[in-house]
Design a protein around this ligand. Structure first.
Ligand code: URA
Ligand code: SF4
Length: 212
């Protein structure tokens, strides 16, 4: 099956999913969308009111800010893939429960495997703690790419919704966001080196990923 079809199959499964209680209160599922061959996968927290109404991730104020930041680094939404730790809106935008995140990871893990991005950008503490358990809080992790034993490289960032109305966080988020093209370049050069040399271990890769 090609990537597009595999992603479509997940979308269809999600649309009728009742693995957690959010299925009872959602209007629409928000499976995530974008380029099946994206180099960068963005993972947010959960759909909000606008997303629940439209079934589209990041289509409200935080999404507009995300689009702006993408534009500044030369990306369109169509170039990347955008998803969330949860595919259904928690009522009143309450925090996701662990039970819900664990149930919903089943889909995101499969999307990740299909897309196989070079970089996974984790937006906000929910995405960061879900994918980097035990690594620390977002205030320590933000802006630093790290490679995990599963081979994937993650970049935790502050959440655009949290940064939108907070000048200091906003500046930090924009600075961190602007590192994405530099990180991608590094990743490409590391994988070229790997091609030519012996296998580098995780520590070496993390050392090479250290920016500026
Ligand atoms: N916030 C998120 O985390 N995800 C969305 O899709 C919208 C807002
Ligand atoms: Fe299913 Fe995820 Fe929606 Fe829960 S949040 S009902 S696990 S799709």
């Amino acid at each position: 099956m090609d990537k597009e079809k595999e992603l479509q199959k997940i979308k269809e499964e999600v649309s009728v999913c009742d693995k957690c209680i959010l299925s009872k209160t959602r209007t629409n599922t928000v499976p995530g969308e974008g380029n099946p061959d994206a180099e960068v996968l963005f993972i947010g927290e959960a759909p909000g009111e606008n997303e629940d109404k439209k079934g589209i991730p990041f289509c409200g104020a935080a999404g507009k800010f995300l689009d702006e930041m993408l534009g500044k680094i030369g990306f369109d939404r169509e170039d990347v893939f955008i998803a969330n730790t949860l595919k259904c809106r928690p009522p009143g935008n309450r925090d996701p429960e662990d039970e819900e995140k664990n149930a919903c990871l089943f889909y995101l893990k499969r999307q990740l495997k299909i897309i196989d991005p070079k970089l996974i950008v984790l937006m906000g503490r929910h995405a960061a703690t879900t994918y980097l358990p035990g690594a620390g809080g977002i205030s320590k992790l933000h802006g630093k790419p790290m490679r995990r034993p599963n081979g994937y490289i993650y970049l935790p960032l502050y959440h655009p919704a949290a940064a939108l109305h907070n000048g200091g966080l906003r500046e930090t988020l924009v600075d961190d966001f602007n590192k994405i093209p530099i990180i991608l370049k590094k990743i490409n050069s590391i994988s070229d080196q790997k091609h030519n040399q012996d296998k580098s271990n995780q520590k070496d890769v993390n050392k090479q990923l250290k920016l500026i």
